[in-house]
Design a protein around this ligand. Structure first.
Ligand SMILES: C[S@@+](CC[C@H](N)C(=O)[O-])C[C@H]1O[C@@H](n2cnc3c(N)ncnc32)[C@H](O)[C@@H]1O
Length: 230
């Protein structure tokens, strides 16, 4: 499977699943998010005291809305028009949150002429080379002393019973409603490969946190906080 084919497939899938995804997020149907990962990403961002945040792959916009309630100005970008429309209509009166339809390719070409105190990718870095391109461009979109915060499934938990080797994996909507179709493929990375990726993109990891669900054997996710390497 080539990366461009896979990235296309990822986006094709999200274009088909915008409505059920929005319903699942807004009806609080995703247990791990409600129990631990939503608050964990909010806490990781608040710890940086940003005034401005760029949410890359913002989906229906829940994180921008949560950050705006802490008086943080947010821009959310996503390639799926329907998600951006749903995000805009959730709180149309807010002027401190802006949503733009922008793909990672657009972002990586430098089409966003703005810098931010913090950039965030919450379960939104799903591809292979496209992810590296986003991280490289992120270094150009941060204010001095800015950070990027990335939350992703913890590799040890996400690996399942397949070999612990980075590579493309089939997607699955297991645990989601039957309104979801055509799950997106995703690129699995070992912990070591995530760390190497940040480094190769000119970023230094300053913190790694591992949110845990109550009683779970393995972390639900990992949150990397990184800054531009000097
Ligand atoms: C699992 S959802 C996460 C959404 C949101 N960050 C959240 O926490 O609810 C992944 C998001 O990444 C977006 N995405 C995936 N590939 C993309 C690409 N190439 N360009 C822009 N957005 C993309 C999808 O449209 C989707 O909204």
């Amino acid at each position: 499977m080539t990366d461009s084919l896979s990235d296309e497939k990822i986006l094709d899938s999200w274009k088909k699943n915008g409505k059920p995804w929005t319903r699942a997020v807004r009806n609080r149907e995703i247990q791990s998010r409600e129990q631990v990962t939503n608050q964990a990403i909010i806490d990781a961002l608040l710890a940086l005291s940003p005034t401005t945040v760029l949410d890359i792959g913002c989906g229906e916009g829940w994180l921008c809305r949560a950050l705006a309630s802490h008086h943080i100005e947010c821009v959310g970008i996503d390639a799926v028009d329907e998600l951006i429309t749903l995000a805009r209509t959730a709180q149309p009166q807010r002027t401190d949150v802006t949503y733009l339809t922008l793909s990672y390719d657009d972002f990586s070409r430098g089409t966003l002429h703005q810098r931010f105190d913090a950039l965030v990718c919450n379960f939104s870095l799903l591809g292979e080379y496209s992810v590296a391109a986003v991280l490289v461009q992120a270094t150009q979109q941060m204010n001095v002393n800015g950070s990027i915060v990335v939350q992703t499934l913890h590799p040890l938990a996400a690996c399942g019973d397949q070999p612990y080797i980075s590579g493309w994996r089939e997607g699955s909507w297991a645990g989601f409603s039957n309104h979801f179709v055509d799950p997106p493929p995703w690129y699995f990375r070992t912990l070591e490969d995530w760390r190497a990726l940040f480094q190769s993109c000119g970023l230094v990891i300053e913190a790694e946190t591992t949110p845990m669900l109550d009683g779970a054997a393995l972390p639900a996710s990992i949150i990397f906080t990184a800054r531009v390497a000097l």
